[in-house]
Design a protein around this ligand. Structure first.
Ligand code: ADP
Ligand code: ZN
Length: 284
């Protein structure tokens, strides 16, 4: 038996499943304080048996370097009561024999889409989520990329569309990618919630413009075989195609990979990508 925990900013999902990432049983509940949230996960898993492995996909920023003394701890997060909390400690205390694997929610989603989702069998894949924020999980040569912390794709500096006067909403950078193209940025720019803007609205061509610039940087640096774009905002019809078209224009023939009409893909696992990734994280 293996277990997975997806620790989200608002909700937590706990599941037991198998090595293919199939969820056999799961429970969802609101994320509250660290002790309550993690103890509930442990109790639920323990009632179902003794897991050989537990994978955790968590919101961040988290320390992921295994030899770091702060491994598994949350750094500065807007969720104040989680700041400095250890995600692994309560779990390894309850299950001392289980193999633990921890990664970010977007890295877990990238792994899931690369193993059993939209990029099944691909070892070089980027998963981008566009929702309240923008983030990317990067699988390269079959491994999830961390660096000294983890990627912060959302805060990439992108050029400004020449006619765009919107200041951007990132509290740190104003007009970084997240400041210009996250769900709340779209709402602030157009005075309308992103989910209420029709697919024909000019917002989406501009959205594709910014995202294509972000993706081009990823292509230039990690050369993925495909890019899966999910999250609430990516549900708008035709957005993937618009990004692909803009990306081909920006590539100007230099990156043949992006000409593949399947280069930009919609996710296949939807809301389940994080928990499926958690179940298979321990296999890396
Ligand atoms: P979170 O990032 O908080 O986990 P989501 O990925 O669902 O949540 O993203 C929420 C954002 O997605 C909101 O800004 C919302 O307006 C936007 N959104 C949700 N559904 C759609 C839709 N169908 N089309 C465009 N935008 C959407
Ligand atoms: Zn920023």
């Amino acid at each position: 038996m293996r277990a997975g925990i997806e620790l989200g900013g608002t909700k937590t999902v706990v599941a037991i499943g198998n090595e293919r990432g199939d969820v056999l049983e799961e429970i969802r509940y609101p994320t509250s304080d660290p002790a309550t949230t993690l103890n509930r996960a442990c109790e639920w898993i323990a009632a179902r048996g003794d897991p050989k492995s537990i994978g955790i996909a968590a919101f961040g920023p988290i320390v992921l370097q295994k030899n770091h003394e702060q491994y598994g701890r949350l750094l500065a997060t807007p969720k104040k009561n989680w700041q400095g909390a250890s995600i692994c400690e309560p779990i390894s205390r309850t299950f001392p024999k289980a193999k633990l694997a921890l990664d970010t929610d977007v890295n877990a989603a990238a792994l899931a889409e690369a193993r059993v989702g939209a990029g099944a069998g691909v070892d070089d894949l980027v998963y981008i989520t566009i929702g309240t924020g923008i983030g990317a999980g990067i699988l390269t040569e079959g491994r999830l990329l961390h660096g000294t912390l983890h990627a912060e794709f959302g805060h990439l500096k992108v050029p400004r569309e020449p006619n765009d006067a919107f200041a951007g909403i990132c509290p740190f950078h104003g007009d970084c990618l997240e400041g210009m193209a996250s769900g709340p940025a779209i709402a602030a720019r157009w005075n309308e919630s992103a989910d209420r803007l029709p697919a024909t609205h000019p917002a989406w061509e501009l959205q594709a413009w910014y995202l294509a610039h972000g993706v081009l940087s990823l292509v230039a640096i990690v050369a993925p075989a495909c890019v899966v774009i999910g999250g609430g905002v990516a549900q708008v019809e035709g957005l993937h195609q618009k990004i692909q078209t803009q990306l081909c224009r920006l590539s100007a023939g230099y990156f043949p990979l992006v000409e593949d009409k399947n280069f930009i893909r919609a996710p296949m696992l939807g809301q389940q990508a994080g928990i499926i990734g958690a179940l298979i994280l321990c296999d890396l």
